[in-house]
Design a protein around this ligand. Sequence first.
Ligand code: TYD
Length: 132
Amino acid sequence: MQPQYIDLPKICDPRGNLTFVQGHDQVPFDIARAYWTYDVPGGEERGGHAHRVSQELIIAVGGSFDVKLFDGKNTVTYTLNRPYRGLLVPPGYWRVLDNFSSGSVCLVLTSTAYSEDDYIRDYNEFLSTTRP
Ligand code: TYD
């Protein structure tokens, strides 16, 4: 599986728009957990780790930010700036989130409950997992 944008349903309405996501429908996994980051000061970075197993869908439900994904060889930058567009991140990608706009909210839906064992936070350890 490759990282990819997933355009979610958008129900347009003069009262305001609505977007939804269901496990195994718009995302290829059961959603076990949601977390979100907000009040990120200008110039700050989040992330800086990889997951061993967990799959994630990252959504800018407010504002915008960049997600840099490194597979051990190449880095691709994905900009998220629409509340109806998610970025599917398979396990095994070192991710850094930066360039947060003021007031942005980063929602993350994940396939697993929180476990620190699923994190690779040491960059050299990550590199060792990506070598052939
Ligand atoms: P961290 O992994 O540093 O956040 P980021 O997404 O920017 O990499 O998480 C910050 C702290 O929050 C860390 O102590 C772990 C804790 N945490 C939980 O307890 N549960 C969770 O679901 C998440 C995502 C983090």
